[in-house]
Design a binder for this molecule. Structure first.
Ligand SMILES: [Zn+2]
Length: 290
């Protein structure tokens, strides 16, 4: 599933191609994928692409906008109008000059949401999101973690607590910050929160610089895969050697998600009790993380 770095990479590609261009029409090819009115974007000019967490908004001069959620398998790509339409393209924004933005989503966990203006978006969908992971401060993250009884892994996956992290970057972040995924979030002290924020920003920035992580479906706005998957230190590496200490990485389900960590670099508190499997490859993965 595209997480913050992948969505930010798409945002940059869309902005470079489409901003300043006039939308001549919006073609909805599968109505169930769209909620709200996106046809109001026709005959106005795209002025920006904004991201919050894993969601993207295409903004226009007159106000009507589309919030795009890529879900598990969605993509938002730029095309020439003459290019053949792939299967599962659900929404097409036709642009003056012959370009198109195409939203494609084979598994249909994503969607497109029309709003009258940015205020309406912020009052609805984006009001449910916590601060963006690239911008959250130490005191805010500490306060939010202390307020939950959950373990760190599910707390950081919660988009209402902090927006943008998913299974890949939570595992990478916890390894970088040397915190066990089952540490109770409320047990973190201010230094732990400072370490999380200090590791979160460069991790996400490095992933953005690499064009994001491509595991299965993710492509950027130009249709190209990302390169950060080659630099994952724990995600997808259960049973392999830790790149920091060479210990065998543990893998087990945490919060119904396949989770990989290093018991030596991320020691557990005594209250933590999860039995790692050490099984590498697909056998150690939960179905939705394959
Ligand atoms: Zn290690």
């Amino acid at each position: 599933m595209p997480e913050l770095p992948e969505v930010e990479t798409v945002r940059r590609g869309v902005e470079a191609f489409a901003i300043g261009k006039r939308v001549t029409s919006v073609c909805v090819r599968r109505s169930g994928v769209v909620r709200g009115d996106v046809s109001a974007m026709a005959r106005t000019t795209l002025t920006g692409a904004r991201r919050h967490g894993k969601q993207l908004a295409l903004l226009t001069r007159r106000g009507p906008l589309a919030c795009v959620h890529l879900g598990m398998s969605g993509s938002l790509c730029v095309h020439h109008a003459g290019e053949p339409l792939a299967a599962h393209v659900h929404v097409v924004w036709k642009l003056a000059g012959g370009g198109e933005l195409r939203f494609r989503d084979p598994r249909r966990f994503g969607g497109v949401f029309g709003f009258a203006d940015p205020d309406a978006l912020h009052a609805a969908r984006w009001s449910r999101l916590g601060p963006d992971a690239t911008a959250i401060g130490v005191a805010d993250l500490h306060r939010r973690l202390r307020a939950t009884a959950r373990a760190l892994k599910p707390a950081l996956l919660d988009q209402a607590l902090v927006a943008g992290l998913g299974n890949i970057y939570v595992d990478e972040l916890l390894h970088a910050a040397r915190l066990h995924p089952l540490t109770p979030a409320c047990a973190l002290d201010r230094n732990d929160a400072r370490r999380l924020v200090a590791r979160m920003r460069p991790l996400l920035q490095d992933a953005i610089d690499a064009g994001g992580s491509s595991l299965r479906d993710y492509v950027d706005a130009g249709g190209d895969a990302g390169g950060f998957q080659a630099r994952h230190r724990v995600y997808g590496r259960g049973g392999q050697a830790c790149r920091r200490c060479r210990a065998t990485l543990s893998v087990a389900p945490v919060a119904q998600r396949t989770t990989v960590w290093c018991d030596r670099c991320q020691p557990a508190d005594e209250c933590v009790g999860v039995k790692p499997t050490h099984r590498p490859g697909r056998r150690g993965l939960l179905k939705k993380d394959r």
